[in-house]
Design a protein around this ligand. Structure first.
Ligand code: CU
Length: 100
C-alpha cells in the first residue's frame, strides 16, 4: 500500500514538473536580436512589454547572457523567443531560441 502511494506521489510530481516546463515555454518573450557581442556575453534585443520585469513598454536594450553558449544560436536580425530575469538590477537572458 505504501509503495502505491509513493508511485502516485512520484507521478504527481513528474506531472507538475512537466506542466511548469510547458508553462515556462509559453511564457517566453518575443523579440528581435539587433546585436550580439559574444566576447562580452552581451546581446541587444528589441522586445515588447515584459510584465515580470516591470517593463510596460517595448524597447531595445542590452542583456547579459547567463551562459555564453546561449549566444551561439542567434545573430543580429533573428526573431527570437527568450526568457530573462532581473538579477540585482542586471538583466540576464536565461534562455533563447530562434522563433519559428
Ligand atoms: Cu527592456
Amino acid at each position: 500500500m505504501k509503495k502505491q502511494i509513493r508511485k502516485i506521489a512520484i507521478a504527481t510530481l513528474v506531472g507538475a514538473v512537466l506542466a511548469s516546463a510547458s508553462w515556462a515555454q509559453s511564457a517566453l518573450i518575443d523579440g528581435t536580436v539587433t546585436k550580439v557581442d559574444a566576447a562580452a556575453s552581451k546581446i541587444t534585443i528589441k522586445h515588447g512589454p515584459i510584465k515580470k520585469l516591470d517593463m510596460d513598454e517595448g524597447m531595445t536594450m542590452v542583456f547579459t547572457a547567463k551562459d555564453k553558449s546561449l549566444l551561439d544560436k542567434v545573430k543580429a536580425g533573428d526573431k527570437v523567443k527568450f526568457d530573462a530575469d532581473n538579477v540585482n538590477g542586471q538583466f540576464i537572458v536565461t534562455a533563447i531560441e530562434k522563433a519559428k
